[in-house]
Design a protein around this ligand. Structure first.
Ligand code: THU
Length: 133
């Protein structure tokens, strides 16, 4: 973290969630933290499976946990991986985040610093959503 960078509790929560990642196959550990409109933080980590395809990303774990607990309005998400470059949500996670969060800031960080803060709309510029039906 740069000396001037304020500590963001959301990023800290995503870093802590990453410690709980279950990633024995890829060894690529990811943590996510979703902020609700009423200021709560719901976290997730990636959970892998021997079938590979049943692996669930950290962002999706956080989002589905939050939805299942009754949260419906979200303000930001932080995603943490141990990479120098930003780790953005995968395509399916972008689709799900767009559905339930809309155009929230996606804060990408590693263990030391924030690497990018990008609006979800910039990561997912031509969405298929309810307006498409
Ligand atoms: N992964 C996430 O959890 N979130 C991302 O944004 C990128 C990828 C996970 C899925 C898999 O367990 C591992 O990282 C390697 O793809």
């Amino acid at each position: 973290m740069r000396a001037s960078e304020p500590i963001d509790v959301l990023v800290t929560a995503a870093r802590e969630a990453r410690d709980r990642a279950i990633a024995p196959y890829s060894h690529f550990r990811v943590g996510a933290a979703l902020e609700t409109a009423d200021g709560r933080i719901i976290t997730g980590c990636n959970i892998e499976n021997a079938s590979y395809g049943l692996t669930t990303c950290a962002e999706r774990v956080a989002l589905l946990k939050a939805l299942s607990e009754g949260h419906r309005v979200f303000t930001r998400i932080a995603v943490v991986a141990d990479t120098a470059a930003p780790t953005p949500p995968c395509g399916p996670c972008r689709q799900l985040l767009w559905e339930y969060c809309g155009d929230i800031p996606v804060i990408m960080a590693n263990l030391a610093t924030v690497t990018s803060t990008t609006p979800l709309a910039a990561l997912f510029p031509m969405p298929f959503d309810h307006r498409s039906l």
